[in-house]
Ligand binder design. Sequence first.
Ligand code: HEM
Length: 154
Amino acid sequence: MDDFTLARAIHVIAVVAWIGGVYLVTTVILPSVSSLAAPEERIKAFEEIEGRFAWHARVATVAAGASGFYMLYVLGAWEWYLDIEYWWLHAMTLIWTLFTLVLFVLEPLFLHDWFRAQARQAPERTFRIVTRFHRILLTASLITVAGAVFGVHG
Ligand code: HEM
């Protein structure tokens, strides 16, 4: 197995673990928490569950980014960023940047405290925002996965 194939395998495993986790959170955990807990308890219950996934998501994000940039380097394909035909590469990089910002910058710096404060004032509204945010990210991620597979395999 050459370096490129190894990087591609790492990339796909990281994407499966990460986007699969987002899928489970969005389609199973959020609806369960929403039907089980009282409004003010929802964010707390959700944070406890998703907090356990956060480190998995961080490791997967680093692995997906490192393997993705390595593949671009091996392919010598940086100019793909200048060609709209490779929109799936732009989409992958955008999704990755969004998650990296949320997981490594916004969440530790202020998102966590901000959500706690919002959840105290308006629990139902805050939970709706969290749900919508996850649905949008999941949809964009799945479209990106499909676009990448079509883009890579023609
Ligand atoms: C900075 C972030 C990323 C970079 C630089 C990157 C780069 C790449 C590259 C260079 C390839 C292989 C292209 C080829 O073989 O010709 C690839 C494949 C792929 N990437 Fe990414 N990627 C990134 C993030 C993501 C994300 C966030 C997702 C999922 C939402 C994703 C999903 C995929 C998939 C499904 C493939 C196709 C694998 C295959 O069928 O062989 N990537 N990526």
